[in-house]
Design a protein around this ligand. Structure first.
Ligand code: UDP
Ligand code: MG
Length: 332
């Protein structure tokens, strides 16, 4: 659907914000001259992801001061993946760039990205040349995650690439057609394909404020990534079960033969209890893994809206955005 009035801007910058009152003004002030130098036809779409601080107030002021800045106020905190999806649904530029508001995605990279896009690429990834701004723990777990998902998933997910990238409007339209509720954006981004290239950068430290991701959130994101993009954890239990059954047959034969030769032998509590405990553990793990998938099937089947919007802020907000395909279902 094309918006009611006007031509689409050349660039849409999509920025999810959660408790970012300290960083928004720095972001707008830094990025505006850089965008103007490329083309004055740009828009910034902020998504307020249910912030509990004065983020909304700061966004209102930013939108009032600059007509090319607008904001989507979500009804609560949905998490970065959903906030990003909301932003992509409402960005109507000919190229769209999701960015973090803390300037950890260096805006100087936009110009080289646009250059690659104009050279004919549909997706330009910002690839982190090194991760020295991360803690050793984050580096280590990230490496482990990419190695794991690389082996388990049929969709190759590029390592050291965040959400920062330029996407042509047709790629964004393809993304809108992904109906899933459980959203692992790195995976969905990789899944759409298209002609892709990358530019390198070194990730700086946050401009202000602090990270919104703790160990638990990162673990859940990694789990989401693996379960959304691989069924290997579900299938492995067939092999675990077969191997265990084979081992059990061998052990059974051994016990029968030994009983025939040496007579009945009652002691054996230790071996019995360890086998029982081991297999109970395996069975529960297998059930748990199935539970992870069933929970996701349940979430998809309910078909709830991905997010709810409380308010659209800014003059550009009167322009009707593209209808998100995932909210309309056959028969509606
Ligand atoms: N963010 C969000 N919703 C959340 C958590 C984070 O929209 O629930 C936004 C946050 O405001 C920032 C971006 O996601 O613009 C990245 O967050 P952060 O800088 O805390 O992550 P890190 O860079 O430490 O991985
Ligand atoms: Mg950050």
């Amino acid at each position: 659907m094309t918006p009611a009035t006007g031509d689409p801007p050349l660039l849409s910058i999509v920025v999810p914000c959660y408790n970012e009152e300290a960083t928004i003004d720095i972001f707008v002030a830094t990025i505006t001259p850089l965008l103007d130098a490329i083309d004055p036809a740009w828009e910034i779409v902020f998504i307020n992801d249910g912030s509990r601080d004065d983020t909304l107030k700061v966004l209102r002021a930013a939108a009032a001061a600059e007509p090319r800045v607008r904001a989507i106020d979500l009804s609560r905190n949905y998490g970065k993946e959903v906030a990003l999806s909301a932003g992509l649904d409402h960005a109507w530029g000919r190229a769209v760039i999701p960015m973090d508001v803390d300037l950890q995605d260096p805006p100087e990279l936009i110009a080289p990205m646009v250059r690659e896009w104009r050279a004919g690429f549909d997706v330009v990834l910002a690839q982190r040349a090194d991760r020295s701004s991360d803690t050793a723990l984050k580096r280590g777990t990230a490496k482990l995650f990419y190695r794991l998902i690389g082996r388990l998933s049929d969709t190759p997910i590029p390592a050291d690439v965040g959400d920062y990238r330029l996407m042509d409007a047709k790629v964004v339209a393809a993304l809108r057609a992904y109906p899933e509720r459980m959203r692992f954006m790195k995976g969905i981004f990789a899944h759409v394909g298209f002609r892709t290239t990358s530019v390198d950068f070194v990730r700086p430290l946050r401009s202000a404020g602090e990270t919104k991701f703790n160990g638990r959130k990162m673990f859940n994101l990694a789990l989401e990534g693996i379960v959304s993009f691989s069924t290997a954890p579900l299938k492995i239990w067939t092999y675990v079960g077969l191997a265990a059954a084979l081992g059990a047959v061998v052990f059974l034969l051994y016990v029968i033969i030994r009983t025939l030769i040496t007579g009945i032998d009652v002691p054996g509590y230790a071996s019995l209890i360890s086998v029982i405990l081991l297999f109970n553990g395996l069975i529960l793990t297998g059930l748990g893994v199935q539970g992870e998938y069933i929970a996701r099937i349940f979430a998809e089947v309910k078909g709830r809206p991905l997010y709810l919007i409380r308010e659209r802020i800014g003059t550009g907000a009167s322009v009707s955005p593209p209808a998100p395909a995932r909210l309309s279902r056959p028969g509606d």
